[in-house]
Ligand binder design. Structure first.
Ligand code: CA2
Length: 149
């Protein structure tokens, strides 16, 4: 069965525990269950990684090069800072879906730039936790060549 890598960056382990007014009440386990359910309905399985350490995320992305069909990623704050993460995503040359729970463009100016945006084929921004399901479905549509127009 084909596999999707789900990557959650720094601090996303705190989902549902802190700042629910921004990030909602659902937990990282809820996010992973939603992505697994969405992928499984389309015949895909999911490997999920969350880390507060950039190198762990880079290693997971490199491992995906030979094991996964695509990557769903919420890079957290690394979105706005990390050339290294961007280079890893670009280097593995897999289709990427970038997802952000909050509407980064309606927040502080430093959140308006994403180093990942132009290496991602799918962008889902500000749709809350359900955005992970949307990003997964759209990525799989892209991988399988399904026309969603
Ligand atoms: O909206 C998003 O998904 C973000 O990627 C979340 C990042 C933030 O730096 C980006 O600008 C937008 C922050 C992740 C931190 O997650 C937390 C979750 C609960 C409590 C505290 C932090």
């Amino acid at each position: 069965m084909a596999t999707i890598l789900l990557v959650n960056g720094p601090n996303l382990n705190l989902l549902g525990i802190r700042e629910p007014e921004i990030y909602g009440h659902e937990t990282l386990a809820d996010v992973e269950a939603l992505v697994r359910e969405t992928a499984s309905a389309r015949g895909f399985e999911v490997v999920a990684v969350q880390s507060n350490h950039e190198g762990v995320l880079i290693d997971a992305i490199h491992d995906a090069r030979t094991t996964c069909a695509g990557i769903v990623i919420n890079p957290g704050g690394l979105t706005h800072t990390s050339v290294v993460l961007r280079d890893a995503l670009s280097g593995v040359a897999l289709p990427v879906a970038e997802i952000h729970i909050s509407d980064v463009y309606a927040r502080e100016a430093f959140r308006h730039h994403s180093y990942v945006a132009d290496v991602a084929a799918v962008h889902v921004i500000g749709e809350g936790i359900s955005g992970y399901g949307v990003a997964t479905a759209r990525l799989i549509d892209l991988i399988t060549g399904t026309n969603t127009d």
